[in-house]
Design a protein around this ligand. Structure first.
Ligand SMILES: O=C(O)C1=C[C@@H](OP(=O)(O)O)[C@@H](O)[C@H](O)C1
Ligand SMILES: C=C(OP(=O)(O)O)C(=O)O
Length: 433
């Protein structure tokens, strides 16, 4: 029987330190994928060794890609080109990773062989119709559970044509799945989206030599252009940095320097949100790393106030709302998050999960159909909360505990390995109790 791990986090008196956070998860997935589809060798440094990215690496090994991983900072991938992948001899397990399953669907829909993608109990509950629909319109044959809307997915690949797709949601996973399918077939494929979602695929595909053009409202890619192996340095993950930004703001007398963090404008909504709440976050040493902007972030304790958040800020900070709700609990006044219905279909329903966790510690937090309303300013009491297996909920509650009156016990904490190996050690290293 699987033992559920727990952690108890004590209130902090102050936080101090400078450090780097692990590599960006979205960029790491793409580096593995595009290196595998390129011709020649790619060297990837700073790759996130979180479970999600290891799922992507495992998937490409199953597809015949040679990966040289000595466990140090660099992995070497021998690309097989657009036509060099082989039919896997078993089901591919994408673990907990939505990005792996949805982007792989786009890649495999165009490959002339049969694949089955599955995942853990959380991933098998998440909606896959959002990629099956556009891929089917390109000629893909994908079957799935629950009337072809959920994994396991059976993909009978090949025979696709280029298409034009108007996505009803701002989702980088949907956009990327269609672009990755389009990239492998003759003609031009275009994806339109209602708000700009993270553009790592576009940046990295161009970096690998794809013929891809982004314009206001969409992106088009020309099919059958050969990608060439590259050296990629992966920026630090702003979604992981977000936990320590909020920690540095809410714990009095704190100062943290987070080095080498990706600050791509399609991902940096968390900095805008926290600055609008009155947070002192300074960006220095702005530079570019393999086509992505990075900076060092200096954060100091601040007096926060509530704000209203919605519109195109939502996709720019989509994974950060659990920890934004923690910041809101420590801020004076009311914070309202709207237009964020997507939070209901992540690893958990993150609106319900944060309302349960923070609500049980005395925070006045109320779910909205598409967000949350949080009345902040009251110190959290200690207690026990459950992450429900969601890495971002577990880490958000650890940050909340730093500012609580007494210890918080968090149940189900092994999930932090999904995106942030070393999280608990780093938290201990910078905390003074
Ligand atoms: O493309 C990506 O790497 C991701 C896109 C986002 O999902 P959606 O595309 O579903 O918004 C995000 O929540 C996820 O963590 C990673
Ligand atoms: C939603 C997330 O990832 P994915 O969709 O890749 O599972 C996340 O990391 O918060």
């Amino acid at each position: 029987m699987h033992k559920v791990e727990t952690k108890t986090v004590l209130p902090a008196t102050r936080l101090r330190g400078d450090f780097i956070v692990p590599g960006d998860k979205s960029i790491s997935h793409r580096a593995i994928m595009f290196a595998s589809l390129a011709q020649g060798e790619s060297r990837i440094r700073g790759l996130l060794r979180g479970e999600d990215c290891l799922s992507t690496l495992h998937a490409f090994r199953c597809l015949g890609v040679e990966v040289n991983d000595k466990g140090d900072d660099e992995i070497i991938i021998q690309g097989r080109g657009l036509d060099g992948l082989k039919e896997p001899d078993d089901v591919i397990d994408c673990g907990n990773s939505g990005t792996t399953m949805r982007l792989m669907s786009g890649i495999l829909a165009a490959q002339p062989f049969f694949t089955i993608l599955t995942g853990d109990q959380y991933l098998r509950r998440r909606p896959m119709g959002r990629v099956i629909t556009p891929l089917t319109s390109m000629g893909a044959k994908i079957l799935g559970r629950d009337d072809h809307s959920k994994a396991p997915l059976a993909i009978d690949g090949g025979g696709l044509v280029a298409a034009e797709y108007h996505s009803p949601i701002a989702s980088a996973q949907v956009k990327s799945a269609v672009l990755l399918a389009g990239m492998q077939v003759d003609g031009v494929t275009t994806v339109y989206e209602p708000h700009l979602s993270r553009d790592h695929s576009e940046r990295m595909l161009r970096y690998f030599g794809a013929d891809l053009e982004s314009f206001s409202g969409g992106t088009r890619v020309k099919g059958r252009v050969v990608l060439s192996g590259k050296e990629v340095d992966v920026a630090g993950d702003i979604s992981s940095a977000a936990f320590f930004l909020v920690a540095g703001l809410i714990v009095p007398d704190s100062e943290l320097l987070l080095k080498n963090v990706g600050v791509n404008p399609t991902r940096s909504g968390i900095i805008d949100i926290l600055q609008q709440m009155g947070g002192a976050i300074e960006l220095t040493n702005l530079r570019e790393l393999s086509g992505e902007p990075v900076a060092d972030l200096l954060v100091k304790s601040s007096h926060l106030h509530g704000i209203e958040i919605g519109g195109d800020l939502i996709p720019r900070a989509i994974d950060e709302f659990p920890v934004v709700s923690v910041a809101a609990a420590f801020a004076d006044g009311v914070t309202i998050i709207r237009d964020a219905k997507e939070l209901r279909v992540k690893e958990t329903d993150r609106i319900a999960a944060m309302c349960d966790c923070l609500g049980s510690l005395g925070v006045a937090i109320e779910p909205l159909d598409d967000g949350m309303r949080i009345v902040g300013g009251r110190r959290l009491t200690g207690g026990e909360v459950n992450s429900c297996g969601d890495h971002r909920i577990a880490m958000s509650m650890a940050i909340a505990a730093l500012g609580a009156t007494t210890a918080i016990k968090i149940v189900d904490t092994a999930c932090t390995e999904t995106s942030f190996p070393g999280f608990w050690e780093l938290l201990t290293r910078i905390t003074e109790n």
